[in-house]
Design a protein around this ligand. Structure first.
Ligand SMILES: Nc1nc2c(ncn2[C@@H]2O[C@H](COP(=O)(O)OP(=O)(O)O)[C@@H](O)[C@H]2O)c(=O)[nH]1
Ligand SMILES: [Mg+2]
Length: 252
């Protein structure tokens, strides 16, 4: 892995937290990437409650270590998927496929943001400034609709993002629209989000077009520095401290 990350500028590390291999290795890889000088973004899932408390403990263990080693840890809480009606009825493996899809969309959304030529371009330094400014835990929301309002509100109200965002310290907004997308419409997305988060939050947004979207607008929103009871509430921190000094038995 050390040679793999050599000369790397941007590293995405993804794993389903809660088991052994991913949870144990992600923080190690993250540390190596960081040491190589890369902007390091971990995108991880957090287990379903029904998977049991041992998995949750493993996941918390991994999350705590990722927070120490990565610039940003974007967490997709599986449990939140159950708030989507169509997912609720799915068997577990099919629900995992939905989570897979979300992981892929999150990572490709962020990398597209800086790699694709856009109407409003974001570069690597922009990404770096938000992700190292907000730091800590990040959450993601995705929305799509016929207007900027519909798409943005859907991203904000996304079940994955169902938490207090008023204190978010950083926002990364990627707006993708069909060929007819206007700058004004795209700017509306950033405005709606700006009003809902911390006044001093660092916000960067990029706009690209994609023919296949037709008249639709798609919004990808990454918020950093948010509070989530479920993932890292205050009591959780104390729990973490205790956990750290204990040996955790991994399941795989
Ligand atoms: N999205 C997704 N999540 C998975 C999949 N398999 C397992 N998970 C989740 O990731 C966690 C860890 O997976 P597991 O296979 O037990 O651990 P490993 O030892 O890291 O491979 C599980 O508790 C699940 O929440 C999968 O195929 N897709
Ligand atoms: Mg596995």
């Amino acid at each position: 892995m050390k040679t793999e990350v050599e000369g790397c500028d941007l590293a995405f590390i993804t794993a389903g937290l809660g088991g052994g291999s991913g949870t144990g290795s992600a923080p190690v890889i993250s540390r190596l990437a960081k040491q190589a000088g890369a902007l390091t973004i971990a995108v991880v899932s957090y287990p379903f409650l029904s998977e049991g408390s041992l998995r949750k403990q493993n996941a918390d263990w991994g999350l705590e270590r990722l927070k120490e080693t990565a610039d940003t840890v974007i967490v997709l809480p599986n449990e939140r998927l159950l708030e989507i009606d169509t997912v609720k009825q799915l068997p577990l493996d099919a629900a995992f496929r939905v989570a897979d899809e979300l992981l892929v969309r999150s990572i490709s959304g962020v990398s597209e943001m800086i790699s694709r030529e856009g109407i409003v371009n974001l570069d690597f330094q922009d990404l770096k400034s938000v992700l190292s400014n907000g730091g800590g835990i990040g959450v993601i929301g995705l929305g799509e609709g016929e207007t900027a309002e519909i798409a943005t509100n859907e991203a904000i109200e996304n079940p994955l993002l169902d938490m207090d965002i008023s204190d978010a310290r950083g926002a990364l907004i990627n707006v993708v629209g069909g060929p007819g997308l206007t700058l004004g419409e795209a700017e509306k997305c950033a405005d709606i989000i700006r009003k809902k988060i911390n006044t001093y939050a660092k916000i960067i947004w990029g706009v690209t077009t994609d023919e296949s979207l037709g008249n639709n607008i798609r919004v990808l929103l990454v918020l950093t520095g948010v509070k989530s009871e479920q993932i890292h509430g205050a009591s959780m921190h104390t729990q973490m401290r205790n956990l750290r000094s204990r040996t955790v038995e991994f399941i795989s």
